[in-house]
Ligand binder design. Structure first.
Ligand SMILES: [Zn+2]
Length: 675
């Protein structure tokens, strides 16, 4: 089989045209077997464990598996079908079994530990030390240093936790799916755009009903809350949305929340950490719960006066418009949208002609050239998984090949929502050769029509810059070890390269390069740019306070000993005390559907959204001080951040770039919160 399986032949660029679905399973099987054999040859080595024969060997093991996995899972996101999804369900347990076996491999851990214990005497480079630390911790953070009985306890907790978070997620999903707001009379739907009415009508028809159906899914829920004039219906839908997992029935998540928080705490204690947050933050730039709490409180102090002022203004606006005395949660999106329209009269249709996709792509390439001397050459001889994908070779100023870049811009059936950057091949230095990465951006941008080219909304423009910022982190990577390369950095650091690049979208000096009317070639008028900037800051105070409140709720579950918490709602009310603007709704609870932290991987990590904004604003302020295309600053950013990946502690890297720790002042200034 391996003879004709293209995934098991040597290849450089992914051989998409030769791959058939039936190749994946055998390729996974053989790649896993190969990786296992590589691990066995490490553990059965008679020589004394050294950095080279253990850590380096471990780091470079499983290369085939990593390439097969990246091709397969990237396709499962960008160009999937039922067959691929079925294969994913079959191979995912194989992969988790393989990685579990690895962290439980005692022979391997013994060797890693033996190297770790003499690390001070070995002459290791900074990157090698980081690698040693990372691998050592991947064992100890899973209990490798514990006595047998405690190991067993940890395994029990992990099993229980994965069941609980699964059940948490299933409840949220069931609650989301079972609710519908059925409106029969169109008169009750004043304010909603035609397209939303059409969607709601289609949904009703699909369910064999008359009229319109709205649901708790975002694409239905958000426009309703923004545009529906009928306050009673907004209230009804809003309360339903906030009551998910909090209705004392079979889908209730209160018990799950309490149990998850307690088990996470126990797990952290077993491993020698004070709380779950201490455990998580050990591997974050922020390092400790104290630092996170200080950060959240400091931001709150600055944002709260603005938030209170904005709230009063909004309340006044609602009173003048509709005689509303007290704003409730279900009023916020509706009146904010009305006020924003009144203030800026800025809609997507006005901006789109200036953002033809081809121009924006050339624009982001030009920005990369001016900053980092990168050159993009479209090539047509690289295999691709869909004809719409574009391929580019990337070169530096000395004509050195830096990366292969795939760009896949438009929505298709089989592509998941959103936009992302991913890797088909890691950058690494092996046997003295610097192997360059294969990087991909996948988006879902407006398609061209027969009359018009693809014209982007401003939001799509910033998304393109954002994902391209991640891509630069990949393309400029220059590490030795693949697991420390490019975007393989701490979670609260990974959004710096992407978010910082978004700043160029607001700068006249950058917009002049590409924001030209697709018919007249006229550069976007400066007053439109001013409006974009101002409207980006609309209600920044309230937005900030809202986001901080989520971070605080997260910490109220994870940075404390939760054993004395009896009521989910009470703990939540306490956590929201300092951030509250709208009256509480007794029927609602956020924690019981807060999937980010109780199902996904963001526990003790929600703060990182704001954290990353502080970093990007502070970094961009440096560019602004010296000029947004200043070569010295750009080189520093490239040399100390983009090329370094996760080879060193991010705070050290950041200070080397900036000369000091990040300061929230730049963000507060950009957001208009600094008076
Ligand atoms: Zn991102």
């Amino acid at each position: 089989m391996s003879q004709e399986n293209p995934l098991l032949q040597p290849f450089d660029a992914a051989p998409f045209s030769k791959i058939k679905n039936e190749h994946f399973k055998p390729a996974f099987q053989e790649a896993i077997a190969k990786a296992k054999a590589e691990i066995t040859s490490i553990t059965s080595n008679d020589e004394v464990p050294t950095f080279e024969n253990t850590l380096e060997a471990l780091e470079f093991a499983g290369e085939t598996l990593s390439r097969v996995s990246s091709i397969f899972f990237n396709l499962n996101s960008a160009e999937t079908n039922e067959e691929i999804q079925k294969i994913a369900q079959e191979v995912s347990p194989w992969l988790s079994e393989f990685s579990n076996d690895l962290t439980l491999n005692e022979e391997l851990f013994k060797r890693v530990k033996s190297v770790y214990e003499q690390k001070e005497n070995l002459e290791l480079s900074v990157e090698q030390k980081t690698l040693l630390d990372k691998h050592y911790k991947s064992f100890t953070r899973n209990g490798a240093n514990l006595p047998e009985d405690k190991k067993e306890q940890l395994r029990e907790i992990d099993k229980e936790l994965s069941k609980l978070s699964l059940s948490f997620g299933e409840n949220v999903l069931a609650e989301t799916n079972r609710y519908e707001l059925h409106v029969e009379d169109e008169k009750d739907l004043k304010g909603l755009p035609e397209s939303e009415l059409e969607n709601a009508n289609l949904l009703a028809k699909a369910k064999g009903k008359n009229g319109y159906i709205f649901t708790l899914q975002y694409p239905s829920y958000i426009p309703f809350m923004k545009y529906a004039e009928n306050r009673e219906l907004r209230k009804k839908l809003s309360i339903a949305f906030g009551a998910k997992g909090f209705q004392n029935d079979e889908y209730d998540n209160q018990e799950n929340v309490l149990k998850i928080a307690k088990l996470r705490h126990q797990r952290a204690n077993l491993l020698g950490f004070q709380t779950h947050a201490h455990f998580v933050l050990e591997e974050r730039m922020a390092k400790s719960p104290e630092k996170v709490n200080d950060f959240l409180n400091e931001m709150l102090e600055k944002a709260k006066p603005a938030a209170e002022k904005e709230f009063k203004e909004l309340e006044q606006f609602a009173k003048e418009l509709d005689g509303i005395d007290h704003l409730e949660k279900w009023d916020s999106a509706y009146y904010a949208e009305k006020l924003k329209q009144q203030r800026f009269q800025l809609d997507d249709e006005k901006l789109k002609p200036y953002f033809k996709l081809d121009n924006v792509i050339q624009g982001v390439f030009t920005v990369a050239k001016k900053l980092y001397d990168l050159h993009f050459k479209e090539v047509f001889n690289i295999d691709k998984y869909h004809e719409e994908v574009k391929t580019y070779e990337v070169y530096d100023g000395d004509h050195n090949f830096m990366a292969l870049f795939y760009a896949d811009f438009h929505p298709r059936e089989g592509k998941r929502n959103g936009a992302w950057m991913t890797i088909y091949k890691d950058q690494k230095v092996k046997d003295g050769k610097n192997e360059r990465p294969h990087v991909s951006n996948v988006c879902n941008f407006t398609r061209p029509t027969s009359k018009k080219p693809s014209l982007l909304t401003f939001n799509e423009v910033t998304t393109l810059f954002h994902e391209f910022g991640h891509a630069l982190h990949g393309m400029l990577a220059n590490s030795t070890y693949p697991s420390l390369s490019g975007a393989s950095v701490y979670w609260d650091f990974v959004e710096l390269p992407s978010q910082v690049l978004e700043n160029w979208c607001y700068e006249p000096e950058a917009l002049e390069l590409f924001a030209r009317h697709y018919e007249t070639d006229e550069v976007i008028p400066m007053e439109l740019i001013e409006k974009i900037k101002k409207s980006a800051n609309f209600h920044e105070g309230m937005q900030t306070v809202r986001q901080l409140s989520f971070g605080m709720l997260d910490m109220a579950w994870h940075a404390v000993d939760p054993s004395s918490i009896k009521s989910v709602k009470e703990n939540e009310l306490k956590a929201f005390e300092t951030t509250k603007l709208y009256p509480d709704v007794a029927e609602n609870c956020m924690s019981t559907s807060f999937s980010h932290i109780f199902q996904g991987g963001y526990s003790a990590g929600y703060y990182s959204y704001k954290w990353a904004e502080v970093l990007d604003a502070d970094a961009f302020a440096y560019f602004q001080e010296e000029g947004i295309f200043n070569k010295t600053v750009a080189n520093k950013f490239k040399d100390h951040i983009l090329s370094k990946g996760g080879t060193e502690d991010p705070m050290v890297l950041y200070k080397r770039f900036r000369g000091k720790e990040p300061n929230p002042e730049a963000l507060l200034k950009r957001a208009g919160l600094l008076k």
